[in-house]
Design a protein around this ligand. Structure first.
Ligand SMILES: [Zn+2]
Ligand SMILES: [Zn+2]
Length: 146
């Protein structure tokens, strides 16, 4: 059953924060609304660049990204290039490593891949080895292959 894509409205975001036990500050609302529009995980620098016209400095953005991650609203991934990237956690796959990502080793772009690509059998085998934190595909994106 596919859930319809949600378009972010303020009341919904405030409700999400309330459920997570966080105060809805303007910084948190802005960060979440921005991430709701994103179609790929974004780095702290990318989020901070977007928030700076709103008067939020990098440290504030960083603190809020961490608060939201700790509250379980965001997932944070490090895809082997030492950059933390943040994205909204989707309720459907909030465990077992979430959906896979494709990382281009040339330009560093990251693309979300559907969770359906990960077979239950693969997950089962991997979980027998250890706790999955990230499912990653690395390669050269179409833009870089040219
Ligand atoms: Zn690339
Ligand atoms: Zn993703």
């Amino acid at each position: 059953m596919a859930a319809p894509a949600k378009t972010g409205n303020l009341a919904e975001v405030q409700e999400t924060l309330r459920k997570a036990g966080l105060r809805s500050t303007s910084a948190r609302l802005a960060v979440i609304q921005f991430l709701r529009k994103a179609t790929r995980p974004l780095s702290h620098a990318e989020v901070a660049a977007e928030m700076s016209p709103l008067g939020l400095d990098k440290a504030t953005v960083f603190r809020n990204l961490n608060d939201l991650t700790e509250a379980g609203l965001l997932s944070r991934s490090e895809l082997g290039d030492h950059v933390w990237r943040f994205e909204l956690r989707d309720e459907k796959h909030s465990h077992g490593g979430g959906h896979p990502h494709f990382l281009c080793v040339d330009c560093g772009s990251v693309t979300c891949l559907p969770d359906a690509l990960v077979s239950p059998r693969l997950k089962q085998k991997a979980e027998a080895v250890g706790r999955i934190t990230e499912i990653l595909v690395r390669g050269h994106c179409r833009k870089c292959v040219g």
